[in-house]
Ligand binder design. Structure first.
Ligand code: PEP
Ligand code: MN
Length: 339
């Protein structure tokens, strides 16, 4: 930690800070400038109290961490890109960009099968679909639960697609892990650390959505809970954040693509469906995401969006999805990838 003292403090005030740093278990190194003094404090932050309490001292201007708070997700810990093994034919973070497509919610066998067959034919490799739905209102469709998971498994059997589905609460961890090839942790649970630990312990690949009001550092620290629990199969998913803008449901922050690539070795997945809330914007944002180097896309597709039980306005119909898959190819190639 670096402790910056206020200008023109007395020797006695400086001594008091140095004494406190030692008392907390750190070794202080004083660097005197012309106007102000800076102290470098060295010690093990996992064993000693945090030096951030020094911020309450009148003679201290700032306390700045030298090291990044996230460790295992950082590129320093793992310089090469992590490639997530979902199945022997599906690796996320490699040359092939994977498209995870399907309905927001699993609603019926007919709806799911129709979507699964169509998205597979158009080139998707992973079927998405929520069985446990995190609805803002308790009066809205909450998902089919286990029945939805069974339908996903049936769709996997019939099409060969892998399955991604959301884990909503700790009590369903084993159940969801039994069916899912990838466990999705939604925006509302992105800092539910006990859930993250439980999900990590299943050993399944984890797709961690960004919290809707989450800073990137907080997202990385949430990811740290997965890696620290012996599960290296983590991917981050940007799904839009809350801003003052109301034209779109959320503001899809595509700057997370180069940021995650720079700071972390984990793959980055883009979800422009939750990201915009508008089907008409999804294709353009997928193109942008691929050109910027996204490792996978998560896209909502419904055979009849007008009748969807959730997120109708943002789901592509099958025709639009087929068009999208055709149009995306050159954008993946620009980034040196294939679709
Ligand atoms: C979803 O994927 O349907 C979903 C609920 O996502 P999020 O957690 O990003 O809102
Ligand atoms: Mn949705």
């Amino acid at each position: 930690m670096i402790i910056v003292l206020k200008p023109n403090i007395t020797k006695k005030e400086e001594q008091a800070v140095l004494k406190e740093i030692e008392k907390l278990g750190y070794k202080p190194h004083v660097m005197r400038g012309v106007v102000r003094t800076v102290i470098g404090a060295i010690g093990d932050e996992t064993k000693n109290p945090s030096l951030e309490t020094l911020l309450t001292w009148p003679q201290v201007e700032n306390v700045i961490p030298v090291q990044k708070r996230y460790k295992l997700v950082s590129r320093e810990a793992h310089p090469s890109n992590s490639v997530i093994h979902v199945r022997d034919d599906i690796y996320i973070g490699g040359k092939k960009v994977h498209v995870m497509a399907g309905p927001c919610s699993v609603e019926s066998e007919k709806q799911l099968m129709k979507t699964a067959i169509a998205v597979k034919k158009a080139g998707a490799t992973i079927l998405r679909g929520g069985a446990f739905k995190p609805r803002t209102s308790p009066y809205e469709f909450q998902g089919l639960g286990e029945k939805g998971l069974k339908l996903l498994a049936k769709a996997r059997e019939e099409t060969g697609l892998a399955i991604i589905t959301e884990l909503l609460s700790e009590e369903h961890t084993d159940l969801v892990a039994e069916y899912a090839d990838i466990i999705q942790i939604g925006t509302r649970n992105s800092q539910n650390f006990q859930l993250l630990i439980k999900a990590a312990k299943t050993g399944k690949p984890i797709l961690l959505k960004r919290g809707m009001s989450m800073r990137i550092e907080e997202w990385f620290l949430a990811g740290e809970y997965v890696l620290a629990n012996e599960n290296p199969n983590l991917m981050f998913c940007e799904r839009g954040i809350r801003t003052f803008e109301t034209y779109t449901r959320n503001t899809l922050d595509l700057s997370t693509i180069p940021i995650v690539k720079k700071e972390s070795h984990c793959p980055i997945v883009i979800d422009p469906s939750q990201g915009t809330g508008r089907a008409s914007l999804v294709i353009a944002l997928c193109k942008g995401a691929l050109a910027m180097g996204a490792d996978a896309l998560l896209v909502e597709v419904h055979p009849n969006p007008a009748e969807a039980m959730s997120d109708g306005a943002q789901q592509l119909d099958i025709e639009a999805f087929e068009k999208m898959m055709k149009e995306l190819k050159p954008f993946a190639e620009v980034a040196g990838r294939e679709l």
